[in-house]
Ligand binder design. Structure first.
Ligand code: NAD
Length: 246
């Protein structure tokens, strides 16, 4: 059975990706932030995954921390045997205009959104190399492609992920490891629920399909990218935004 790790999978898009990959037949590693509330939510996600008759276990790790990722990957390799897919989904926002953005807010978003992708790929790639196969999907954002006022930290982290994705695709292609990114637009999750109704309405005016995306619509593209159907796709960024920019 193939194994997939999904970071930040206790809720939102990550939880949905974990469930979709379980439905596809992957054993799933549900990474969650080390807090009681995230653990509780992750356990519920694992339960839903097991309904598809696959193995699903929760692993607590702050993916912004190098050692946490190293320990988690070692443990997963020992528990599951192989690591066939990695989905770097964990992310946070700490929005404000540059003029008001503190150094702490900048550093925190870079650590969780960008450094985590390095931390995870650094430890998972050697495992995939030995197996001579693997697929990585990094969750970027339209903010990384086009920028977004109030998100200098977030857009920097998400643009960096795109550069990292293309670089890893080039470095590991000969080892039969694919590395792609998805760039979601406005998706219904706890991350976007906090936005004001006025801002939500304004954002939708720019979306050709005139609606928010659902987490399942991100999960279905990730499902494709980690499947055999995408075996000749690497180094690509797939925008999933309902036609935000064309
Ligand atoms: P969310 O806030 O619902 O989920 C984020 C998850 O990441 C949570 O489970 C959280 O606990 C986890 N997380 C945060 N910090 C972590 C850490 N240090 N270690 C481990 N886990 C951590 O948000 P979401 O909307 O589901 O976002 C998922 C991903 O999709 C993020 O990378 C986000 O930037 C990206 N994205 C979301 C949207 C959107 O509209 N919702 C758009 C573009 C990109």
């Amino acid at each position: 059975m193939a194994t997939a790790i999904v970071t930040g999978a206790s809720q939102g898009i990550g939880a949905c990706i974990a469930k979709r990959l379980a439905k596809d037949g992957f054993d799933v590693v549900i990474n969650h932030y080390p807090s009681d509330s995230d653990k509780e939510k992750a356990l519920a996600v694992a339960e839903e995954c097991r309904a598809f008759s696959v193995k699903a276990e929760c692993y607590s790790a702050d993916v912004s921390k190098f050692e946490d990722c190293e320990n988690m990957v070692k443990q997963v390799k020992a528990d599951f045997g192989t690591i066939d897919a990695l989905v770097n989904n964990a992310g946070i926002t700490k929005d404000s205009l540059l003029a008001r953005m503190t150094e702490d807010a900048y550093d925190a978003v870079i650590a969780v959104n960008q450094k985590s992708v390095y931390n995870m790929m650094k430890h998972v790639c050697p495992v995939m190399m030995k197996q001579k196969h693997g697929s990585i999907v990094n969750v970027s954002s339209v903010a990384g492609l086009y920028g977004n006022a109030g998100q200098v930290n977030y857009s920097a982290s998400k643009a960096a992920i795109i550069g990292m994705t293309k670089t890893v695709a080039k470095e590991y292609g000969r080892k039969n490891i694919t590395c792609n990114a998805v760039a979601p637009g406005f998706i219904h999750t706890p991350m976007t629920d906090v936005l004001s109704d006025e801002l939500k309405a304004k954002m939708l005016e720019a979306v050709a399909l005139r609606r928010y995306g659902e987490p399942e619509e991100i999960a279905s593209v990730v499902s494709f990218l980690v499947s055999e159907n995408a075996s000749y796709v690497t180094g690509q960024v797939i925008e999933i935004s309902g036609g935000l920019s064309m």
